[in-house]
Ligand binder design. Structure first.
Ligand code: FMN
Length: 259
């Protein structure tokens, strides 16, 4: 079964082995993928599909030093060398679009403010180039600011297609920005983006809908992790919110999601 083909959106996968997104932090200070990253993915091109490491859609969304981005033309050109290497070996590759949200520090984002759904900091320390520091209290995104963040996801997704990726996977798992909206411990908003499971899922659904409008559902996946307890989500997302996100997504797009 694992070695039988699978149709996934527009793609024909020769087998059902999909490489999970794995952050490697090898993109240097400018977040530009170089030859080492191209070789890393080229070596794995025989898998049915590769999902890239989490890649930031805006400088304020960078979570780690050395993480790659997909914002600047230099970053897009760097990724093109990666997708060219994978395609030359007959492989297929999605870009994971990951906004770190409150899992970061202004020493990592080049001084840009750290954002999240609410002014609730992670209880712990973050590794920065200057050493370990307490996680900052994030700036709570206003309803006026949310469309700009959605646009960053859309722009990054369009950049990913320009860079030769076969599709994108917005990252709504593992405690980063989109997951922070889903999780009741990081989202204590009282507006239409907080409170009920439907409200907490709203920002994720608006984001994914905007990316689908730009790229088409056949080229868009979504990652969620309802039971994660890692880092920013010491308590799992309430179970009621995960099925809502998943069913809204599959009902509207009939596309891919994974946990
Ligand atoms: C070093 C490392 C980096 C990871 N980076 C990402 C990432 O960038 N994006 C993501 O969605 N998951 C990331 N994950 C989670 C993995 O994709 C995977 O879900 C996790 O390792 C659990 O799978 P396993 O039980 O097979 O190890 C990472 C995991 C590890 C160990």
């Amino acid at each position: 079964m694992l070695f039988s083909p699978l149709t996934l959106g527009e793609l024909e996968l020769p087998n059902r082995l999909v490489m999970a997104p794995l952050t490697r932090l090898r993109a240097g200070e400018k977040g530009v993928p170089g030859p080492l990253i191209a070789e890393h993915y080229r070596q794995r091109a025989s898998l049915g599909l590769i999902v890239s490491e989490g890649t930031y859609p805006a400088a304020a969304g960078q979570a780690y030093p050395g993480q790659p981005g997909i914002v600047t033309q230099e970053q897009v050109a760097g990724w093109k060398t990666v997708t060219d290497a994978v395609h030359a070996e007959g492989g297929r590759m999605f870009a994971q679009i990951m906004h770190g949200g409150r899992v970061s520090h202004s020493d990592i984002t080049g001084g840009l403010p750290i954002v999240g759904p609410s002014a609730v900091a992670i209880d712990g320390v973050v590794r920065t180039p200057a050493g370990k520091q307490p996680y900052p209290v994030p700036h709570p995104l206003t309803t006026d600011e949310l469309p700009m963040v959605i646009q960053e996801f859309v722009n990054a997704s369009l950049n990913a297609i320009e860079a030769g990726f076969d599709g994108v996977e917005p990252h709504a798992a593992n405690g980063y920005l989109l997951h922070e909206f889903l999780a009741p411990n990081s989202n204590v908003r009282t507006d239409s983006y907080g409170g009920s499971p439907e409200n907490r899922a709203r920002f994720v659904i608006e984001t994914i809908n905007a990316v689908v409008a730009a790229l088409g559902a056949n080229r868009v996946g979504l990652r969620i992790s309802p039971s994660t307890t890692s880092r920013a989500s010491p308590r799992p997302m309430q179970r009621t919110s995960a099925p809502h996100t998943r069913s809204s997504w599959t009902a509207s797009h009939r596309s891919t999601w994974h946990t």
